[in-house]
Write a protein that binds this ligand. Structure first.
Ligand code: PSU
Ligand code: MN
Length: 308
């Protein structure tokens, strides 16, 4: 990997990458804009320890001091979790936030980009952005999908929330040639709920099966990411009729209050947390932990194949 002066990789991560070890990238918008304090920082720390237990080194990514920082200290995680305002940095925002040396949290798109610059192949998150409901009017499609189309990183998520138009999101990924692999599922998980109505074409039952698909994609010289969709554990899965009702109300509230652009996703997330009395937050935490374990295993498996 070519060294880039605007990317600062923490020494432990650098050493792991240089020796072909397993590393897992993590995003920071989920910390700053996705969950309230202090649950957000507790989540960030626990995710890092789950990844270590799976045999990989965690690399949380954020924008600090005019650089893409790959790997944050406990103090830096705390700053990110507490500070207001932290910029939500998607691809469009990245050059400006770097140039102004603002504190910024990376979305799925910018985390993929930073991970790739650092040479990290696996990234764990909760949910990705996608095609928003009402796309016909607004043309609101998350830059996350564009990055999945062109950046070679495996993204492990719990599907996407029904705040998005899930069928259109899947169509977009198909158009862009992004494999979507269900981990032990034949249907797309819908974040809070383990199942949706949408059938998948690709399923894997082990981390190693996923690693082999990733390796085949890279040997084929295909650009772009692989999306692994991992259902929330049954015990924490929320009834989809219950949660869909709450999501409908949140989407209507966003419309009434004229919330637009990059504010929409954080607005909907905090509305949903408030309306479920914290139930959705607990589900959100559990699905991220579940993804961290799988992501750690995929990274370990990829590293083992690379060592031959
Ligand atoms: N979905 C979630 N939680 C999140 C996000 C999405 O369930 O925290 C965040 C992620 O960082 C994602 C971003 O990349 O929102 C998408 O924002 P936008 O739709 O503005 O691209
Ligand atoms: Mn958008």
């Amino acid at each position: 990997m070519q060294k880039n002066n605007l990317v600062e990789v923490q020494p432990e991560i650098n050493a792991a990458l240089e020796s072909g070890g397993a590393v897992v990238a993590l995003e920071s918008t989920i910390i700053s804009h996705g969950m309230p304090y202090p649950q957000n920082v507790q989540m960030a720390n626990k995710v890092e320890s789950i990844i270590r237990e799976a045999g990989a080194v965690p690399a949380t990514i954020a924008i600090m001091d005019g650089k893409i920082k790959v790997g944050l200290s406990k103090e830096e995680l705390e700053i990110l979790a507490k500070s207001k305002p932290v910029a939500k940095v998607s691809m469009r925002d990245l050059p400006g936030v770097i140039a102004r040396k603002q504190l910024g949290a990376t979305t799925v798109a910018t985390t993929m980009y930073g991970a790739h610059l650092a040479g990290i192949r696996v990234f764990v998150t909760g949910g990705i952005g996608g095609v928003h409901r009402g796309y016909e009017e607004t043309m609101d499609v998350s830059a996350d999908l564009e990055e999945l189309a062109q950046t070679d990183v495996v993204v492990v998520c719990a599907g996407a929330k029904a705040i998005l138009d899930l069928p259109r999101t899947m169509e977009y990924l198909e158009t862009k040639g992004v494999p979507v692999i269900g981990y032990r599922t034949d249907v797309l998980p819908a974040f809070f709920s383990a199942r949706s109505e949408i059938k998948l074409v690709e399923r894997a039952d082990s981390a190693d099966e996923i690693a082999q698909i990733v390796i085949a994609k890279s040997q084929l010289n295909m650009r772009g990411g692989v999306l692994v969709v991992n259902p929330i554990p049954e015990a924490y899965s929320l009834d989809h009729i219950y949660i869909d009702g709450i999501i409908e109300k949140a989407v209507a509230a966003a419309r009434d209050k004229n919330v637009t652009g990059k504010e929409i996703t954080p607005f909907l997330l905090s509305e949903i947390t408030a309306q479920t009395g914290g139930k959705s937050l607990e589900a959100n935490l559990q699905l991220v932990y579940n993804n961290a374990l799988l992501g750690g295993q995929i990274a370990a498996s990829l590293a083992a194949h690379a060592q031959g």
